[in-house]
Design a protein around this ligand. Structure first.
Ligand SMILES: Cc1cc2nc3c(=O)[nH]c(=O)nc-3n(C[C@H](O)[C@H](O)[C@H](O)COP(=O)(O)OP(=O)(O)OC[C@H]3O[C@@H](n4cnc5c(N)ncnc54)[C@H](O)[C@@H]3O)c2cc1C
Length: 300
């Protein structure tokens, strides 16, 4: 039996072929995933991970696709979505969430339960798994701040629980994480005042609407913050606001974002990323580091 037949037999309707990634990424661009599955249990993950391993098939884990640019040529192998694993459990000072739960929902439940430390992460449009993987952060808070532990499965299908202290979390970076899928995460939060937490949540949500081009598809900040500066400030100072390639442009509202304003292809976005990088390097000698993750092959 081919590996595709084996996946179809195991996953049934949760196994799709040639699935358009523009429907699974917030850029709303990119080609097809050769095989797309929704594992929902540790057994299903073990099955797909072991199969990919034994057949030597590339495997990718997708959260909400809010930090990924998929090539127009698409991606081969198996793409596993966590989207159908979205349970959240609040118990006293602990929140346990499956990888595909929306981070924003966890923030909301934390605030409502009077638990502090995640209110400023409100509005980040990723999943819990993606937030842990990227150590997503905003307004001075990071996912790792209140993270206690997380459950993973390695590429051989072996489960493990990692403590925050097992790894080194820094700005949009986790060091020491073996190649794996994050299945769930546990957050331990100190008590806070309900009214103040809700006010902080509302305030950051409001600030996002005001400052970010949420009316267009994007994947948030394209580049990491260079030490002691802001990518958006450099891009703006280089006169690149509004610079466009095809249907992609540097947002006029927030120069750190590239938006898909008119049916951009992934290649439009990638070309624009390179242009911005080159022009900022020319103007200020600063090499901007990509925060977003590229999947698939792009022309050099
Ligand atoms: C409008 C907008 C605003 C944003 N604002 C912010 C912000 O303020 N701060 C910030 O940090 N980011 C921000 N982002 C970027 C993005 O939301 C975060 O990086 C988020 O954490 C990505 O989560 P995701 O589930 O979408 O991950 P994806 O984009 O699906 O994946 C990102 C990476 O994580 C890996 N991954 C995802 N889930 C798992 C898992 N379960 N196990 C193993 N690996 C996994 C993927 O393989 C990939 O390498 C913003 C994006 C948008 C569109």
């Amino acid at each position: 039996m081919s590996y595709k037949d084996a996946l179809k037999e195991f996953f049934g309707p949760d196994c799709l072929f040639n699935e358009p990634m523009n429907t699974h990424t917030t850029y709303r661009a990119g080609g097809n995933a050769e095989v797309y599955v929704y594992p929902q249990t540790p057994e299903a993950w073990e099955f797909v991970l072991k199969l990919a391993r034994s057949e030597n098939i590339p495997l990718r884990v997708l959260g909400f696709g809010s930090n990924i640019l998929v090539s127009g040529r698409g991606i081969g192998g198996i793409t596993c979505s966590t989207k159908k694993m979205n349970r959240i459990l609040v118990e006293e000072d602990t929140i346990k969430a499956q990888a595909g739960a929306p981070l924003d929902k966890v923030c909301e439940l934390a605030c409502k339960a009077g638990l502090a430390g995640m209110e400023k992460l409100s509005g980040i449009p990723g999943s819990v798994g993606g937030a842990v993987y990227m150590n997503a952060g905003a307004y001075g808070q990071e996912t790792a701040d209140c993270l206690d532990y997380f459950d993973i499965m390695d590429l051989e299908g072996r489960p493990a629980t990692l403590l925050k202290s097992d790894l080194k979390f820094s700005y949009r970076k986790v060091e020491g994480l073996p190649p794996c899928v994050i299945l769930s995460a546990g957050f331990k939060l100190p008590p806070g005042d309900f009214t103040q937490l809700m006010a902080a949540r509302n305030s950051v949500q409001h600030s996002r609407v005001e400052k970010q081009p949420l009316e267009f598809p994007s994947a948030g900040s394209v580049f990491k913050r260079p030490v002691g500066d802001y990518a958006s400030r450099l891009i703006d100072a280089a006169g690149l606001r509004g610079l466009s390639v095809g249907g992609a442009k540097v947002s006029e509202k927030h120069a750190g974002f590239i938006v898909n304003f008119n049916h951009a292809t992934a290649e439009d976005i990638k070309t624009l990323i390179e242009q911005v990088r080159e022009k900022v390097k020319e103007a200020f000698g600063v090499e901007l580091e990509l925060e977003q993750i590229l999947w698939g092959k792009f022309e050099e």
